[in-house]
Structure formats: C-alpha cells, structure tokens
Design a protein around this ligand. Sequence first.
Ligand SMILES: NC(=O)c1ccc[n+]([C@@H]2O[C@H](COP(=O)([O-])OP(=O)(O)OC[C@H]3O[C@@H](n4cnc5c(N)ncnc54)[C@H](OP(=O)(O)O)[C@@H]3O)[C@@H](O)[C@H]2O)c1
Length: 324
Amino acid sequence: MKVLFLGGAGMIGSAAAAEAVRRGIEVTVVTRGEPRRPLAPGVRRLAADVRDTTALREALGGEEFDAVVNWVGFTPDDVRGHPELFTGATGQYVFISTCSVFGRPVPNLPITESSPRRQPVFGYARDKVACEVLLEDRYRSADFPLTIVRPFHTYDRTVIPSLAGWTAIDRMRRGRPVVVHGDGTSLWSLTHSSDFARAFVPLLGNGHALGESVNVLSGDILTWDQIHLTLAAAAGVRSPVLRHRSSESIAEEVPGWGEVLEHDFRHSMLFDTSKLRALVPGFAPEVSFSEGAREVLAHYDADPALHVVNAALDSAMDRLLGEA
Ligand SMILES: NC(=O)c1ccc[n+]([C@@H]2O[C@H](COP(=O)([O-])OP(=O)(O)OC[C@H]3O[C@@H](n4cnc5c(N)ncnc54)[C@H](OP(=O)(O)O)[C@@H]3O)[C@@H](O)[C@H]2O)c1
C-alpha cells in the first residue's frame, strides 16, 4: 500500500509514519521545510506547502496513492482545494480533526462519534468543525472518499501533557504547590503517540472506515489530579502539593488559559471507543500514563535546555495561592 502524509512530520504524524513503515506501507511525507524531527528510515519526502493546492499538485506530479492523510488542516481554506485534487487520485482521504469538536458540556456521556459537534467560540475547535462539514459535503455530494479521524490529547516524550508544562514540574521539585483547575477530579484521557499510531494505521485502506468518523484514543480514564501526581512520581517527587482553584479564578490570573479551560480542560471527557475497537480488532493501548510520564521526564532530564520555567505563570500560581 502507498500512502501520502500531508504535513505528517509532527508529533503524531511521525509516530504514524514509523508505524506504517513497520507494517510494510510505502510512506511519502510532504513538508514545507526541513522537518524538525528526523523522518523514519524508509520514508520519502516531498517539499510543498500543503495548503497551497497548486504547489501541492505540482509536487505530486499526478502520482496516485491508496490513502492520503491530511495532518495539518486547521481552517476550511486549508482543505478547500483537496476534494478536487484527490477525488479519483486516492482510495481514501483521511482528515485529522480533533475530539475538541464535541460540544461542551457534553449532553450525554460517554462521548461517541455521534455526539453533537458544536463550538461557537473556541477558534481551534470551531474551525475543525467547519473543515469536517466542508469535507463531509464533498463526500455526500461527490465521490470524495473521506474518513475523519479525531485524536484526543496525545503526547510523546517531548510533551508534558499539562497546561503548566515544565513550570509544574519545577514547582513540584522545589516543594511549591501546583494549581490544578476545578477540584482536580474532572475526567480526561491521554494517549501516547505510539498507541495512537497502532490504532490509526489499520484504518488506512480500510473500506469499512470510508464515510466514517473515528475517535482515536487509548480510552484511559484519568483525573487531572492523577495526571499531576503521575508526573510528580515520574519526576521523583514523593509528596507533591496540589491546590485547587476554579477555572474562572485561574483564567483571571493566567489570561491565555481562559479559552482552553472554559471550552476544553474543565469538562469531563469520557469516551466510548467501541467504534475504533470494531474497526481495528485487537487494538489495545500498550503505554500506560505512568510509563509515558517516566519517558517524558527522562527526555526532559537529559537536556537542561528544556527546563524552561514560565516566570509569569510561576508568579500567577503564587498569586492564586495568596502567596505573592
Ligand atoms: N497533539 C494532540 O494532542 C492533538 C489532539 C487532537 C488533534 N490533533 C491534531 O493532530 C494533527 C497533528 O498534530 P501534531 O501534534 O502531530 O502537530 P505538530 O507536531 O504541530 O506537527 C505538524 C507538522 O506539520 C508540518 N506543517 C505544518 N503546516 C504545514 C504546511 N502548510 N505544509 C507542510 N507541512 C506543514 C509541520 O512542519 P513545520 O515545522 O513546517 O511547521 C509539522 O511537521 C493536527 O491536525 C492537530 O489538530 C492533535
């Protein structure tokens, strides 16, 4: 099988490319510049800006693929030209969307692929909904072979999966309290990029996935306190101190977090992954968050240049604790 990844050299795309090569798939990745992450051995690279349909058409030179995956569609303008370019030239066009498209608060838990998609305010999610709707229209009205794939919060060793990032780790190691939104009990899920890749690659060239949308995530259930406590354990902090403040209070002190807390992180996100498991029989996540967190900390501890504390955030946490 031959697949084309549009912009697939990032955190999730590179894990998927490595998994696809491991399964004997020929992978071509289109990037606009020299990729920051090395491409997996065996991956071919083409250079083009994937949002520029004319440049992309030229770079592809009429070559056809069994599946095309668009990793970097964020607004309708990014994908508008793709139905015309790829209808007839690929057996499947996979749009990488996000589970952030599901309206919050979610009216019925658990979330499934048919949960309502709605986001009038939060730009990232609103624009992904608009991309999905545009592409679905082409699927319904023409022969555009669409599959929508929605990752949820996905990480690898390079990403500390909490809003405060290294600042939270640094505070824990200094014995300072870390502020967690709400009561720290809202539910979340984290997926290691290698587990995403194992679930995702079997969807390529899978006729049962045509016309479908599939939420691709591990299905692990974690509270935000558990996420912080697991990161603390991986950082070697035995007695971390977590303090809870409402999302509204945090947004007042850390303005950049207002939108993401209000429309995303504060809500409990509990998923039913049975559609993924039906399409990819035997899929089971292999990386627990404890293991993933140890991998993240090992990566950060090996490179002091990554130990970047956000001083404004550090002070904001002190103010939230009444200690500034
Ligand atoms: N990570 C998550 O938790 C998560 C959750 C839900 C959904 N998603 C979705 O997953 C997708 C991939 O996420 P990611 O975290 O892997 O992204 P990422 O690490 O930011 O990687 C994006 C890659 O695409 C390249 N790229 C960007 N614009 C391009 C363009 N116009 N032409 C060619 N290459 C381009 C980037 O290269 P440059 O160096 O040139 O920028 C980079 O290699 C996104 O659509 C995102 O919305 C991610």
